[in-house]
Design a protein around this ligand. Structure first.
Ligand SMILES: [Zn+2]
Length: 403
């Protein structure tokens, strides 16, 4: 036998799979996508000093990615990559990276924006991405909340009027498809960044009082100033409000929720997915998808998936941002307990098409490596490993999102 053959057969099978990227973001438009230092796409840190830029170039992800991209584009060094990218143009680069990644479908969180002097840096819209792959989108609840509060202030709404208006923005029976023709198939929350994952419940009186205060004190005077909601009471209320609406559907829309590490805005100690337990129990019909393998809380996430039928997990950001050993260890730690039927592939790719490519490549590598070890330990057969891989890279997603 053929364990060597099994290893090769599994590798080939996984490399050939067309995949669904369950959580990713829109690309930066030209010429901005060529203007940022390349290292900025491989860290979540704020590159505000030359010293930190140099330090950030000493990560394993940066070294590995530069080699990978040199190989993909036939370049010798980062300077050549930068020249090559500008010469090719964004459309050609995206075509190439998406094709190499074998992306059949992407699910975009289109509300991830960068602001500079209150202006958002231009991004490619959802429709543009559909030139390269099938596209669906998810609704980021904090952005909907922000927009609805700005609208409430400008139209002088009462609390009840705002509730009625907000309902029309999050009720799937009212927004199925909007002007860009791209279907909305789920929600996302970044509450981890604003308060951590202990999502509390507040009384209607508390929420109504806070609504009045926020409109009076927090909303900017001018509509040209970007508003970022920080009220914990309103953010927590809005998540509950949306989940109650979604729960009444025959098939509630999944909620993707940021867990684990991210940029310096978050407090990592408040991003352990175990903190979500009361919320998970309150909405048993809603599929709750923990993003980013909950790194470094991968085992905790695996436990939640193991014991609660409505908890799922995706492996984006942990792959490809960690070292090779880190990616393998995180995925291995996750599946110590986590049922494979609950795992999704994602890239969390953003800003440049190369991150889509790198993520797909390394996720295939990691899933192959870890499942091949399970074949070797006689836990699973080759055929079972193939089915597991196909579930992670596409079938689980098709199932939960009903697409
Ligand atoms: Zn993301």
């Amino acid at each position: 036998m053929n364990q060597i053959d099994d290893n090769e057969l599994l590798k080939q099978y996984i490399e050939d799979l067309d995949i669904i990227d369950h959580h990713c973001h829109n690309l930066l438009d030209e010429p901005k996508c060529f203007k940022y230092p390349f290292v900025s796409f491989f860290t979540e840190g704020d590159l505000n000093t030359e010293k930190f830029i140099q330090q950030s170039k000493s990560t394993l992800i940066y070294h590995r990615s530069i080699k990978e991209i040199c190989q993909l584009y036939g370049c010798k060094n980062p300077d050549e990559i930068e020249k090559f990218r500008e010469t090719e143009g964004l459309e050609q680069l995206t075509y190439r990276c998406f094709k190499e990644a074998k992306l059949e479908t992407i699910i975009l969180d289109y509300s991830f924006k960068i602001y500079h002097d209150n202006l958002s840096i231009p991004m490619k819209d959802n429709k543009w991405h559909s030139k390269f792959s099938k596209v669906y989108k998810i609704l980021r609840l904090e952005t909907v909340l922000e927009d609805s509060l700005v609208e409430a202030k400008s139209r002088d709404m009462t609390f009840q009027m705002w509730l009625d208006y907000a309902r029309t923005l999050v009720d799937p029976t009212q927004f199925q498809m909007d002007s860009d023709g791209i279907p909305t198939i789920g929600y996302k929350s970044i509450v981890a960044y604003r308060s951590g994952l202990s999502i509390k419940e507040y009384s209607t009186e508390q929420v109504a009082t806070e609504f009045d205060r926020v409109l009076r004190e927090d909303l900017p005077k001018s509509s040209s100033i970007h508003y970022r909601v920080t009220s914990e009471i309103l953010i927590h209320f809005f998540i509950h409000f949306t989940m109650e609406i979604s729960s009444r559907l025959d098939k509630p829309l999944p909620l993707q929720i940021h867990t684990g590490y991210g940029d310096p805005d978050l407090s990592l100690e408040k991003c352990n997915p175990l903190l979500l337990k009361p919320f998970i129990i309150k909405f048993p019909k809603v599929p709750i998808v923990l993003l980013h393998c909950s790194y470094p809380f991968c085992r905790e996430a695996g436990f939640l998936c193991w014991v609660y039928s409505n908890v799922y997990i995706d492996i984006g950001l942990a792959i490809p941002f960690l070292s090779v050993e880190g990616m393998k260890n995180s995925f291995s730690a996750l599946i110590e307990l986590c049922p494979i039927d609950k795992i999704f592939y994602s890239s969390d790719a953003h800003h440049i098409p190369e991150t889509y490519y790198l993520s797909s490549k390394w996720a295939r590598y990691v899933v192959h490596h870890v499942l091949a070890k399970s074949i070797k330990s006689n836990e699973i057969t080759l055929e079972e490993a193939k089915k597991f891989a196909e579930k992670i890279f596409r079938n689980n997603c098709l199932d939960i999102y009903n697409i």
